[in-house]
Write a protein that binds this ligand. Structure first.
Ligand code: PMP
Ligand code: GLN
Length: 381
């Protein structure tokens, strides 16, 4: 067998969740809530299942959910989208990313990734026959190194992928960054893929700087989001892509043969819930900020060092005062086995991890009790 992805194994999320299950560790590795989604959302899903929404949805997604997404985008980012021609509902942001990449990347094209980068980007580029050009974000704040980014562009560059709020660091791209990006892209024949799945998880009163609020960038962008993060339903694997009509057309050509459509009753439930509970989006940052603050405060007496994350539901922690002799992959395993708390190493999101990286990622999308129990174990180290 000649593997198309010879260097790949099983994802770090599967590995760490499996290890947590085998060892009985508290699982703060893979990102998902351990609490229930809103009751009204679950009720809506049950209702639609019972009422017969059990056959194929339209390939582009059901109209009411596309409309709700367009409505939200108008309200939050001030852009009026045509929900028929610019919004596509897909079974998960992972599929959205895959389809966007297949739609525009040709064999031999280059795609720029900012490392640490989410693990699905590079394999999706390779399957399209593209080549990844990795540009590391700067330490310690995971900001963009503009000189290195500019130097990474070539006549073969076809796509740049950005991710804000950023997994795994929680860092945010600012409006000024987007302006700089627009100036940089002006001279290039390259598209932009903006992974904004954590768009509603931004803290300390900051606002998410969306590509949807930026005229010049939106004209050449796929903007991807996920209902999983926003409505505490990662297992529903439902997301969307907003993109100008020409890009949407190309994306849909791929999507219709990758999966054809998303899950029908869940789309109906999400549309109902979005219409009835717009306040959910306003409450969400407070809900998660309280969890981030609780987790960081609980870790104060520990030897872990945290700089509170400005976004996402992930918190990085420096562990060098505990086991400076271990690299982060070994440390994540050690924490799982010895401390009973599973975490994610972040070097796996780099092509070339910085030397002496001593950071692991914890997911704080957990009940307060789970966070307390995990912190108790971590403080004992
Ligand atoms: N992008 C990033 C940065 C993520 O963290 C995730 C999390 N799963 C995804 C994409 C994929 O989202 P989904 O579960 O909707 O496929
Ligand atoms: N995005 C999730 C995380 O970063 C994992 C999703 C997955 O398991 N593929 O933890």
């Amino acid at each position: 067998l000649r593997s198309k992805l010879p260097d790949l194994g099983i994802t770090i999320f599967t590995r760490m969740t499996q290890l947590a299950q085998e060892t009985g560790a508290i699982n703060l590795s893979q990102g998902f809530p351990d609490f229930a989604p809103p009751a009204a959302l679950l009720d809506a899903a049950m209702r639609h299942l019972r009422d017969g929404q059990n056959q194929y949805a339209p390939m582009t997604g059901i109209a009411s959910l596309r409309e709700q997404v367009a409505h939200k985008i108008a309200r939050r980012y001030g852009r009026q989208l045509d929900s028929q021609r610019e919004v596509t509902i897909v079974p998960g942001a992972t599929e959205a990313i895959f389809c966007a990449i297949q739609a525009v990347v040709q064999p031999g094209d280059e795609v720029i990734l900012l490392d640490p980068s989410y693990d699905s980007y590079a394999p999706s580029v390779h399957l399209a026959g593209g080549r990844c050009v990795h540009v590391p974000l700067q330490q310690p704040d995971f900001s963009i190194d503009w000189q290195r980014l500019q130097a990474a562009f070539s006549p073969r560059t076809r796509l740049l992928i950005i991710n804000s709020p950023h997994n795994p660091s929680g860092a945010l791209i600012s409006r000024a960054d987007l302006d700089q990006l627009a100036a940089l892209l002006r001279g290039h024949d390259a598209w932009l893929l903006s992974d904004e799945v954590y768009e509603h998880l931004v803290y300390d009163g900051q606002l998410h700087a969306s590509v949807l609020a930026h005229d010049a960038l939106y004209q050449r962008a796929f903007v991807v989001s996920s209902f999983g993060k926003t409505y505490h339903v990662t297992g529903w694997k439902t997301g969307y892509v907003a993109a100008p009509p020409a890009l949407t057309d190309e994306l849909r050509k791929v999507h219709q043969y990758v999966n054809f459509c998303g899950v029908t009753p869940l789309q109906h439930a999400l549309a109902d819930f979005m219409a009835a509970h717009p306040e959910h989006l306003d409450e969400l940052p407070h809900f998660y900020q309280a969890k981030r603050d609780l987790f960081c405060q609980l870790l104060q007496p520990s030897k872990l060092r945290c700089v509170p994350a400005p976004g996402t539901y992930f918190q990085l922690a420096d562990y060098s005062a505990i086991r400076d002799d271990l690299d982060d992959v070994a440390m994540a395993e050690w924490l799982t086995r010895e401390a009973g708390v599973a975490a994610i190493p972040i070097s796996v999101f780099y092509r070339e991890p910085p030397k002496d990286l001593r950071l692991v990622r914890f997911c704080f999308a957990k009940q307060d009790l789970t966070l307390q129990q995990a912190a108790e174990r971590l403080c004992a180290l």
